[in-house]
Design a protein around this ligand. Structure first.
Ligand SMILES: Cc1cc2nc3c(=O)[nH]c(=O)nc-3n(C[C@H](O)[C@H](O)[C@H](O)COP(=O)(O)OP(=O)(O)OC[C@H]3O[C@@H](n4cnc5c(N)ncnc54)[C@H](O)[C@@H]3O)c2cc1C
Length: 249
């Protein structure tokens, strides 16, 4: 199977449990994650009574304006990413602060039937697509042959799981960067915003940029008051980009 877009699924979101002895005077719509951040921020000044009568959206926008980003670190969202390439995740995992990752292991998982991700710049050109596809399929066949031969070569390793791991970890060397992978990514809102700004920008590689744009859309629905300031636009290279009004809070 060939992927031409990532598949994103939110697998965890904050669950806010308001202390009965220290409640906030909430105004306006909000989600649990947004309330958690507002709650933490209000604790700093003991402003639970909400003297300025701010809606949660207004309160959080002020947090962005003041670059009081640490308040946003309380809210974490976990997303399952599928249909992304190994080259994309190699770039993604460079984002360290506030991120956690768990990725499909090419040592344990058989890649004989692995899927591939078509690089965005190739999509829509039949000649480029078929040249690329021939190459990835040939690499995958070589992988299958290598695993089989390595299993024979190391027949004296009695632990079959260990032997398979030895075979797969060596054979994966021929798999292309376009091989599809799956990864669960957890990050707090401050970290997500920083990553989305960097990877949604016009200088970012096209596949991770496409992912960042898709994540902006997903998170704007999930927690609009954290991400509403991100704007998606068509850049001069005719691919979508995302930009924010509040740089690296
Ligand atoms: C367009 C683009 C091109 C790139 N090209 C390359 C490339 O050619 N080669 C390459 O190697 N990488 C490249 N990168 C990756 C880039 O260098 C960063 O590793 C990546 O963007 C993660 O950014 P970060 O370190 O700010 O993120 P995080 O690791 O999430 O850190 C977030 C912030 O926390 C602070 N922080 C985190 N760790 C430390 C620390 N140890 N000490 C002090 N402060 C810290 C910093 O303020 C940092 O900005 C590229 C990134 C982009 C967006």
């Amino acid at each position: 199977m060939l992927f031409t877009a990532p598949r994103l699924t939110i697998v965890a979101r904050p669950s806010f449990a308001e202390p009965a002895h220290l409640p906030v005077n909430w105004i306006g719509d909000s989600t649990d994650g947004e309330r958690l951040a507002e709650y933490a921020g209000r604790l700093c000044y003991m402003s639970q009574a909400n003297p300025a009568n701010r809606k949660t959206g207004e309160y959080l926008e002020n947090i962005l304006k003041q670059a009081h980003g640490s308040v946003l670190e309380h809210a974490n969202y976990s997303v399952l990413l599928e249909g992304v390439s190994r080259s994309l995740t190699h770039e993604l995992v460079r984002h360290r602060a506030g991120f956690a990752y768990s990725q499909l292991s090419q040592r344990y998982v058989d890649e004989s039937e692995a899927n591939f991700v078509v690089p965005p710049a190739i999509i829509g050109d039949a000649d480029l697509e078929s040249a690329w596809q021939r190459q990835v399929e040939s690499a995958q066949q070589t992988y299958v042959d290598l695993v089989e031969k390595l299993m024979e070569r190391y027949a004296w390793v009695s632990d079959r799981v260990h032997r398979r791991k030895m075979a797969r970890e060596a054979a994966r060397g021929v798999l292309p960067n376009s091989t599809e992978t799956k990864i669960v990514v957890t990050a707090n809102v401050r970290a997500w915003r920083s990553m989305l700004e960097l990877r949604g920008g016009e200088g970012a590689e096209l596949e991770i940029r496409r992912l960042a744009v898709a994540l902006v859309r997903l998170l704007q629905v999930e927690a609009p008051r954290f991400f509403a300031d991100f704007e998606i636009y068509l850049a001069t290279d005719r691919h979508e980009s995302a930009r924010t009004a509040y740089h690296k809070i």
